[in-house]
Design a protein around this ligand. Structure first.
Ligand code: AHG
Ligand code: MN
Ligand code: MN
Length: 334
């Protein structure tokens, strides 16, 4: 652990141009503040009456947990006031959230999953907030049009997540590598703990919900069979790990290598994960850390979202492991 704070790190590493307005740094500052607020609330789960469902079903057809709603509210409240955004999109909301004219507007668009893995929260397992930052296309002003938001992941200018685990961690990329920061709760600061994170070229862990096996497509079956029998560079068998919270499964993959998969299946032919608020930001981090992110047939970051809540299959992690899956798909016509 270093004593470099996230603010200090950003000031040192942000490219400074005469045109820079400080908007982006301000955006990250308020995003980090939102993460700290959510972290505090989550730490109180079990003490306050914030566990369990709200009784509502969200746009994704999933039960809304009380903490989903709390995290969504915290993000919206803080980020609408940050001065750097013109619009936001949340996994929990059907429509684009346009920044009200009563607040200063900026040039950026924030897309987020306020609480990923929330079905795990009642059993005290890691959850996280995932975010993707886009810039509004040049020359646009006034109310944001939905087409301005439906950009491919290659256009992200920043992405990351805040993982609420045994310790709270921020993992962030602004396009110059991936850096991890750990929250020191005593001083309330994120300190640089994982500079320049790199995914191992090949891992020893595959991560998939094998309960869906009978509904998988043929390439996924073949890929998982391959992971059952192939060997690591050290000659060992692969191990299986599946938390069921993407952010936690991805964090392990980033640190230890291997692959996380959410394939298409008969009931979910487009997969389950959301392209814009889940797959794109993690794909950006994976590539920045030397890994790959694929839908089986192509790069996640090049997919053009058809709508805000578009879904995608996801195979993400060490390059050798993701390429093995792509090879299985290449052997099957679409
Ligand atoms: P969310 O909690 O934001 O709705 O996301 C849940 C996602 C993701 O976190 C996880 O990897 C996946 O759902 C698990 O799905 P299965 O239970 O179908 O394996
Ligand atoms: Mn999620
Ligand atoms: Mn969520």
């Amino acid at each position: 652990m270093t004593d470099v704070t996230v603010t200090e790190h950003l000031l040192l590493h942000q490219k400074r141009t005469p045109q820079a307005t400080g908007q982006f740094t301000g955006l990250l500052h308020d995003l980090i503040l939102s993460g700290k607020s959510i972290s505090r609330r989550i730490n109180k789960a079990g003490l306050l009456d914030i566990l369990g469902g709200t009784g509502e079903v969200n746009v994704q057809g999933e039960n809304v947990q009380k903490l989903d709603a709390i995290a969504n509210r915290i993000m919206k409240y803080r980020m609408e006031r940050c001065g750097a955004l013109c619009a936001m999109s949340s996994e929990e909301e059907v429509d684009l959230i346009r920044v009200s004219p009563e607040f200063p507007r900026g040039d950026y668009i924030l897309i987020f999953d306020p609480l990923d893995g929330s079905s795990n929260i009642d059993v005290n397992i890691n959850v996280g907030t995932i975010f993707s930052i886009l810039r509004r296309p040049e020359g646009r002003s006034g109310d944001v049009d939905i087409q301005e938001v439906l950009q491919p992941g290659t256009r992200q200018v920043g992405a990351g997540y805040i993982l609420y685990g045994p310790s709270t961690m921020l993992v962030l990329s602004t396009g110059q590598g991936v850096h991890g920061f750990t929250l020191d709760p005593g001083v309330g600061e994120f300190l640089l703990s994982h500079p320049d994170m790199r995914i191992p070229r090949q891992g020893s862990i595959y991560s998939v919900n094998e309960g869906n096996r009978e509904n998988w497509d043929a390439p996924t079956r073949e890929a998982v069979e391959w992971f059952h029998t192939c060997k690591t560079p050290g000659g060992e068998n692969y191990s299986a790990r599946y938390v069921g919270a993407l952010v936690a499964d991805f964090h392990r993959t980033l640190l230890s290598g291997g692959i996380y998969m959410y394939p298409p299946d008969k009931r979910k032919p487009e997969g389950k994960l959301r392209l814009m608020c889940e797959a794109n930001p993690l794909a950006f981090l994976a590539e920045q850390a030397g890994g790959l992110a694929s839908d089986g047939r192509g790069r996640i970051l090049e997919r053009i979202p058809s709508h805000l809540h578009a879904r995608t299959p996801l195979f993400i992690g060490s390059p050798v492991d993701v390429e093995a899956v792509e090879k299985m798909y290449a052997g099957h016509a679409r």
